[in-house]
Design a protein around this ligand. Sequence first.
Ligand SMILES: NC(=[NH2+])NCCC[C@H](N)C(=O)O
Length: 659
Amino acid sequence: MNCASANHDQWVEELTSNIKKLGIPDLPNFPNCYPAFNPVDIYRAHLTEYLAPISGAEINVIYNAIQWTTTLDKGDLILPVPALRLKGKKPDETAKSIVEQFPESPLVKKPELDKTFVKFFFKPEPLAQLLVPFILKKGIEYGFNPLNGLRDVSDPSKGRKKMIVEFSSPNIAKPFHAGHLRSTIIGGFLAHLYTGAGWDVVTMNYLGDWGKQYGLLAVGFQNFGDEDALLQNPIGHLYDVYVKINAIQREEEYKVKRLREEAKELQAKNENVVEKEAQIQDILDNGIDEQARKYFKRMVDGDQEAVNTWKRFRNLSIDKYKQTYARLNIQFDDYSGESQVKEESMQDAAKTLADQKVSEESEGAVVVDLTKHSKKLGKALVKKKDGTSLYLTRDIGAITERDEKYHFDRMIYVVASQQDLHLAQLFKIVEMMGRKDLADRCQHINFGMVLGMSTRKGTARFLDDILRDVGEKMHDVMKTNQAKYEQVEDPGKTSDTLGISAVMVQDMTGKRINNYDFDMDRMCSFEGDTGPYLQYAHARLCSITRKADLDPAELTSANLGLLTEPHAIDLLRSLAQWPDVFQNTLKTLEPVTVLTYLFKMSHALSSSYDHLQVVGSEPELKKARFALYTCARQVLNNGMRLLGLTPVERYVLERMHKG
Ligand SMILES: NC(=[NH2+])NCCC[C@H](N)C(=O)O
């Protein structure tokens, strides 16, 4: 996607000659206008040129005022006249005079008036001539725009902007809960989004892998660890070990409490408490909690053996995570984590906070009083009485380290909204340290909860369990159509992919901030806007390609003037919107923006099948329709990949070929 490449130059030449044939003299050149990436920008520029003399508004204002529409009955592009900010003129009158004076255009029909709006509809034939070769040429890049990420659009040599997306970030030896699942899905999507926009994206996983509880885990392993089990299933085994040792620790805690009460009672009766106190002291000195504390201290002090054991647990867990992430099309460039934050960076930050009188001592601990800025932010603890760091302290150290290591232009933290306060405190403290520049480059992307996520066998613990369950469910469903089932090459793999799509699409169906119910039946259903439905739409297009048995190279010679039916035209109009949907998604940062579009497009597609048959049509018509469906498949494929889905080429389901 190098815009300076010979490939790109050749494409620009081709496109220029193509639009000349349509009566447009040259490719437009405006700020925010990317004709080589977004065909609708050619229309925007064309409309701007026609609107300038008749509206009296300024060119840039007009260009930016022209909007895309979410439903095609509103037109392909729409001009809200008030957005032209023409002083002293009534918008409805201006709109009327624009409609009356708008000259005959090679690209759009006569505009329509709708109160203070002017609606523009694309002429079908030029649209087909412009769009189909455009999509065929751009292929897997259609819709994406690598120029968005340039530091300076007029000078690509200044390089691309750098983005860190921190997401997923599970805690080792703890369950991978729904919050991590959502962070993984949304973060993966954001990474694809910014990569598609030409940013230089670093994906980062910030593991929860530090703190006294990891000393506890090591002690647990000394007691209950099993080498074979560890190697076979590190995540599951470490979790089991953790649960066991944690139970003992709790028991001891409870025992101390009870002994203390008993000692109190004895004291009240003036009896001897020496024995009870010795028992209490023994637990406090030698119990699991103290062992864990000592072990963690060894880790902090860099004791080789302790550190190595810890590294092993961590590395084995990461290897396993990697396999699971790969199923979701996700790779991390950087497995960082709380354990990786240097003591030095935390101390530097602590010193700055103290020097600037931002932090203060409070009963032996160190706090930052944020209530001066906002009551909601409260007082944040940054150092415990015993001098050890906290989750927040480590995040403060980490943010400065990342800045030094990556010099990022922006960083996104994809974390559940339960941690809104934590991240707000983090950003505020960084600002108060005199690093507003750094805080301003960071953003918290939050999301709501998943309710009732459980597997067939009980409460969900790990991502793998969830994916296995939905995969099995999809497999069952596929088997209900035995004849079709037999055509699927690797049903296990296909059902796995479908299951993953089901989970992901359900997750992305609402706005991020909304909670939703984890509903396995609904997400695996083919009725309604689900992952399997989207996969079905894609697989069906692939099947058309197979059956048409045409050489893709022949498509360039298709007679696109034959695409005249309303269904064909509406499908083309919908396909033209995809680059604008992508641009809009960069603003909303919501996967649902993409998903809503893909479902709408798929519906247009499915209602067109009966009207636009490929097999059995005249050869020329067959070719033209095949070109149209090839474009639709490309757009669906690009959209699905942006969401992190793996489009399947062949699969079966109950309602197959119903539509
Ligand atoms: N920089 C951060 N604090 N990222 C979020 C980490 C999430 C944390 N490991 C948890 O599970 O709650």
